[in-house]
Design a protein around this ligand. Sequence first.
Ligand SMILES: [Zn+2]
Ligand SMILES: [Zn+2]
Length: 382
Amino acid sequence: MAASELSANSDTNIPDYEYTDVNTKAFHVGSFRNEWLSRLKPGDCSYRREDEDTFDANFAKELGVDAETMAELKTVCSLDSLRCHPEDQQPDTDVVPPDSTLKTLVQRRKRQDYRASLKYSKNRHELYADELERLTFGRKPEAVVDTVPEGEVILTINVYYPAVYETYNYIRPHTTLLMTGSHSLAELRDAICCVSDLQVCGEFSNTPDMAPDFISKDHYKSAFFFFEGVFYNDMRFPECQDISMTTIEWAKSHNFPAYSQAKMEDTRFVDLNVKVGFPYLYCHQGDCEHLVIITDIRLSHMNDCLDKKLYPLLTHKHRVTTQKCAVCHVFIGRWYTTNDQFAPSDPCLFCDKCFRMLHYDAEGNKLGDFLAYPYVDRGAFN
Ligand SMILES: [Zn+2]
Ligand SMILES: [Zn+2]
């Protein structure tokens, strides 16, 4: 494209770096998709594979060579001609030659030796992640109506853990989700698993059976995303409040640029103006604040998971170590107690079984003096 055309397009929705290799300038996601669709040929974003002859013919045309040269190129560049062993020998590809100097082979050897030294090759989390990837790669839906449409945009979204734990100051644990342009922000909100939505408030030493009825997510439903000067509030339920109002009014009274509001349930990703690579905000439960970074926006491809029902698609999940019960050291903590004469520490963490065995008699009557609070481990979503 000529330079004059480029500058004429600089105010359109073709992403351009604001800070090189960090983030782009803001652009409109839907218009960005349209820019692509208007430039691509219909076949370019089709999920149907061309047959080999058509592919070769098109490829020859792009290269500007005739069919004969194309056929010759195919033979010369074929995998069969790439050989480092005699023609009649078929080496075992799993065996790395012992004195190879090729860097890739040296690395591969190291990796093989490391794997052989492990007691278990993979833990259950890694196995699960592998299985998830295997199941979703290029997956086609059962019903045609559930296919992600051709030319749909797919966004890669990283949602970061709130920086409230000291150990997170040096690492940036997050989950990565794939979403389509037609998803709403409310669907992103529902896909974010955060332990503060599950906190149970209150002291329950007298009525431990009552506890699970109080979950923060059911009580405090307000939340917002903040993208490019707009607060997108969750207003799906009658209890929802516009919790961005305080910030907007504060900004107004302090001569900050004006912020505006919209509803997250009415906003689809294609409607958004965003910068790729730029940190935005998701806030819920009053002060649980997560950074949200859109790291990629692209058109869908036939190798993507094409089953709409599997989106938002989780592709990465950080695992945290779970806090175990102080008595059995086996199960994840469900209760913590304070002022507890039975406990080895204050506060002290118990699994449900140990907690009840130690603090209540067979009829469920409370024994001794203590305060008990339900506890939700932040590894609960591992
Ligand atoms: Zn949170
Ligand atoms: Zn226990």
